[in-house]
Design a protein around this ligand. Structure first.
Ligand SMILES: [Zn+2]
Length: 81
């Protein structure tokens, strides 16, 4: 029997370990305030898979989405580059 779930979990666990090993931690002044969408873009590992996730997933980006969700309003700003 194929168990894609356990394969995924292993691969994800390895990826996460790798990412965490290379993770850049935001400066103290960023960690002291509520994170913003820009912070999550700048330090995605910290806020998406790292210790910042807990607060990021409870923080609203200002459009009714959590910072860990992809918000179409926040993302729209980035397209003009
Ligand atoms: Zn937004």
């Amino acid at each position: 029997m194929i168990t894609p779930h356990s394969w995924m979990t292993d691969a994800l666990a390895r990826w996460r370990e790798d990412e965490l090993a290379r993770m850049e931690t935001p400066p103290a002044e960023v960690l002291e305030r509520a994170p913003t969408y820009a912070d999550v873009q700048k330090w995605p590992t910290y806020f998406i898979v790292g210790p910042g996730r807990e607060v990021a997933e409870k923080t609203d980006c200002g459009h009714g989405y959590h910072l860990t969700d992809s918000c179409p309003c926040c993302g729209a700003d980035e397209e003009d580059d």
